[in-house]
Design a protein around this ligand. Structure first.
Ligand code: 3AT
Ligand code: MG
Length: 336
């Protein structure tokens, strides 16, 4: 029995170390940043040939927010240069179709526009030295640019790279469990990072503050929502993380396996709890966007998917925790 325990313990340590190693190796590198810059230039050149108007492209999402890996896709916004961007959906769809034609003409691969979704996009892929980069271009959404900055601020809160590694780790775990793809009825990477920040804000010794409540709070309106967050230097008391990525991951699983999904809303904008009744939300999974407070990131989750996501949290927690306990048992026995 002891030998089996020891093997399990070793496996768990090995597995977690191995995952940490993978994440470490996949962290977005300078070489990757250069390739992304190259892709942006290629996109600009291609679009310029097709569209007469002045325009600009802005990257957002994981290539910018600190939680990106060398395998992440490249999310890009298109907007007209004069900044009076057109909001009518017909115009947006027409622009997206024009961009699609421009990318086809410039020989990008797997070019495909999706104009039936809430946010019309053009998907594309392009070969670069390290392999292939997939991406999509959507029409300018200023709020997403602000939430990218908010995530980036949280990601850089601790001096070391614990948070970015943990975020990448969780996104990878969610994708492996097939619960990390909003287009397939589960949750987006973005939603998992919101879960992570919420959890870190609520540790007995919080690792993250609530940036939207801190500093000289003032209102900054974008699309009718307040996008203020404190952007000052980190305070020393917050800046050290003594827990490892694997320890935090286990606690993250534990927290959401036991979360009161029936009554509570996951949110990162206030210290106080927020209930579904207060929001008037009835969905099984309620995850509030930090800026667009009408937006529930869990609104697309079906009862079946909810059960599947919960099962992933509970099962992963059980597997990792059981192994951890056995490892502890073995260690104490060996020490004795
Ligand atoms: P990956 O590394 O690509 O998996 P990501 O951070 O790029 O992670 P997504 O591709 O899911 O995450 O989303 C790209 C950005 O789009 C992140 C966020 O700024 C914005 N975004 C995504 N989903 C939502 C949403 N439901 N509401 C508001 N903004 C969103
Ligand atoms: Mg992305």
């Amino acid at each position: 029995d002891r030998i089996i325990c020891m093997l399990f313990g070793t496996c768990q340590t090995f597995l977690l170390e191995w995952l940490s190693f993978l994440v470490e190796n996949e962290k977005i590198s300078n070489a990757r940043h250069k390739e992304l810059h190259f892709v942006k230039t290629r996109l600009q050149d291609a679009i310029r040939k097709k569209l007469k108007n002045d325009f600009r492209l802005d990257a957002f999402g994981s290539s910018e927010n600190g939680f990106g890996s060398n395998k992440s896709d490249y999310d890009v916004f298109f907007r007209y240069g004069n900044d009076n961007y057109e909001r009518s959906s017909e115009m947006q769809i027409q622009t997206i179709i024009n961009i699609e034609q421009a990318l086809r003409a410039a020989r990008f691969s797997r070019v495909m526009s999706i104009t039936t979704a809430k946010v019309p996009i053009v998907k594309f892929a392009i070969r670069v030295e390290s392999g292939e980069i997939e991406g999509d271009i959507s029409y300018y959404n200023e709020l997403a640019l602000h939430n990218t900055q908010l995530l980036k601020r949280y990601c850089s809160w601790t001096k070391d790279e614990t948070l970015s590694k943990l975020g990448m780790f969780i996104k990878k775990w969610a994708k492996n469990c097939e619960i990390g793809d909003a287009s397939k009825g589960s949750l987006s990477s973005y939603a998992y990072i919101i879960l992570l920040i919420h959890f870190l804000q609520r540790l007995p010794d919080p690792l993250l503050p609530v940036l939207q409540e801190m500093g000289e709070k003032r209102t900054i309106q974008v699309d009718g929502w307040d996008v203020y967050f404190c952007d000052d230097e980190p305070m020393p008391s917050w800046s050290q993380c003594t827990l490892s990525v694997s320890e935090l991951f286990l606690q993250f699983l534990e927290y959401f396996a036991k979360f009161d999904w029936q009554n509570q809303v996951v949110q990162i904008r206030q210290t106080n709890k927020l209930t579904k009744i207060e929001k008037g939300w009835k969905k099984l999974m309620c995850i509030e966007d930090p800026f667009d407070l009408d937006h529930n990131l869990g609104s697309g989750i079906s009862p079946r998917m909810f059960a599947f996501i919960m099962k992933s949290f509970v099962t992963s927690r059980e597997v990792f925790f059981t192994l951890k306990e056995r490892e502890g048992f073995v260690r104490s026995n060996m020490a004795a």
